[in-house]
Design a protein around this ligand. Structure first.
Ligand SMILES: Nc1nc2c(c(=O)[nH]1)N[C@H]1C(S)=C(S)[C@@H](COP(=O)(O)O)O[C@H]1N2
Ligand SMILES: [Mo]
Length: 406
């Protein structure tokens, strides 16, 4: 038998410090063996996510919720989707974290520490709907490249921070200002420091809205690392890609921001509908702004079984980008007829709204419940897939669940 080799005392010292307690038989750890305590935690533990969350990619991390996980009126961290374009920044030092406002339309760029931002400007809290532009992408045919989101790349947490408007006014900007663009601390997948994973933005009108925040709290606590700790731009109602995480710099531009993922097919749609699979010229692509009207049935979960003669209480949320949802309906006959749901007002502008209904079924058998929201301008969700586009954005087709009455 081969003689066992054990780790050296110095290595054992390092391990003990890392584990944080005495390793009782530490002397006997075979050489080359790695302790379980030293292995990377699984992503659910790492990001404090529920184990029912679905991982779509691990490099970069992308994770979505299932419809029934989004039942809370205010989304807790454990059910909030993660959408990363690059690598999460490491070794964040809050004490030395700064935000710089610069750009062609700023005469004197200014830099704030986090403490300065918090003490100099008033804090505001809003509940804000953040939906990835690619939510629902998995349904498109021909398929679109990218994370195959189903329905769970949407959240509505409360965000606390200072108004971007107040900060921009404190710095001062010229009448050349037409757009803002963010720059963040995350790292490009190639680890090339000259490349940004994503650097998007919004027109001044959106940047200056009351609800557009530089946030430092989510649901009353420090923003979780994966969601942008220690400082994040939040612009509800627009594709969530506008809400830059780990933000360090905001440029006030004299042109449409041209950062990473602002051009080409990224977060842009054919300005006019195209046939599925059609090539679209660059100049015929338009930047996505307000998200379309949409809804989600969060209770019961698809596949639920109920007894004949019983009524089923369904519920969920509806949202409409910059607009309010004015009508919510459901159908149990594949969209031939619709009944109305009761619909609550949003907690504030740009927050999703809750709906509920009591559904009766005529007899035993299989049913699908479809939900359809209509926005304040009268636009309704399409029953089936909306217009195909190269990257599979803005699928706001009616959500549906299966029900068996036995
Ligand atoms: N710095 C930075 N900000 C970012 C991203 C990113 O990869 N890096 N992803 C964007 C995209 S595409 C989306 S959909 C949202 C996702 O926010 P969440 O991960 O907090 O749910 O963050 C946006 N902000
Ligand atoms: Mo996104």
């Amino acid at each position: 038998m081969k003689r066992r080799h054990f780790i050296r005392n110095t290595a054992l010292g390092t391990l003990t410090a890392a584990v944080g307690t005495d390793i009782v038989f530490g002397r006997l750890i075979p050489e080359g063996y790695s302790l379980l305590a030293m292995q990377d935690p699984d992503p659910f533990t790492l990001f404090s996510k529920d184990r029912e969350m679905v991982i779509l990619n691990d490099r970069p991390w992308n994770m979505e919720a299932k419809a029934h996980l989004l039942d809370d009126k205010v989304t807790p961290n454990k059910y909030m989707f993660i959408r990363n374009n690059g690598l999460i920044p490491e070794d964040i030092d809050v004490k030395s974290w700064t935000l710089t406002i610069d750009g062609e339309a700023v005469k004197n760029p200014k830099t704030y520490t986090l403490a300065e931002l918090k003490s100099k400007f008033r804090s505001h809290t809003y509940q804000l709907t953040l939906e990835c532009g690619g939510n629902g992408r998995s349904e498109f045919d021909p398929p679109a490249k990218g994370n195959q989101w189903t329905v769970g790349a949407v959240s509505c947490a409360t965000w606390t921070g200072v108004r971007l408007r107040d900060v921009l006014e404190d710095v001062g900007y010229t009448d050349k200002a037409i757009y803002i663009g963010y720059h963040a601390a995350d790292v490009h997948l190639s680890r090339d420091p000259g490349k940004e994973p994503i650097s998007r933005g919004a027109p001044m009108a959106k940047a200056l809205q009351d609800e557009t925040l530089l946030a430092f709290k989510m649901n009353g606590q420090d923003i979780p690392l994966a969601h942008g700790y220690p400082l994040r731009l939040v612009a509800g109602g627009w594709p969530a890609s506008v809400s830059g995480k780990w933000v360090q710099r905001i440029s006030v531009r004299d042109r449409v921001h041209d950062g990473s993922k602002m051009t080409g097919d990224a977060y842009r749609m054919p300005c006019n509908p195209v046939a599925p699979g059609e090539k679209v010229k660059d100049e015929d692509m338009c930047i996505i702004e307000s998200m379309p009207v949409k809804s989600l049935i969060t209770y019961p979960r698809s596949g639920a079984v109920i007894k004949e003669g019983r009524k089923l209480n369904i519920r969920g949320h509806a949202w409409a980008g910059e607009l309010e949802v004015s009508k919510m309906e459901y159908s149990i006959d594949f969209g031939s007829s619709w009944d109305s749901c009761s619909l609550e007002k949003p907690a504030n502008r740009l927050a999703w709204q809750h709906f509920s209904a009591e559904v009766s079924f005529p007899k035993k058998g299989y049913y699908e419940i479809w939900a359809r929201a209509t926005d304040s301008k009268g636009k309704s969700q399409p029953m089936l897939l909306p217009g195909w586009n190269p990257k599979g954005y803005l699928n706001n087709a009616c959500h549906r669940i299966a029900i068996k009455v036995t």
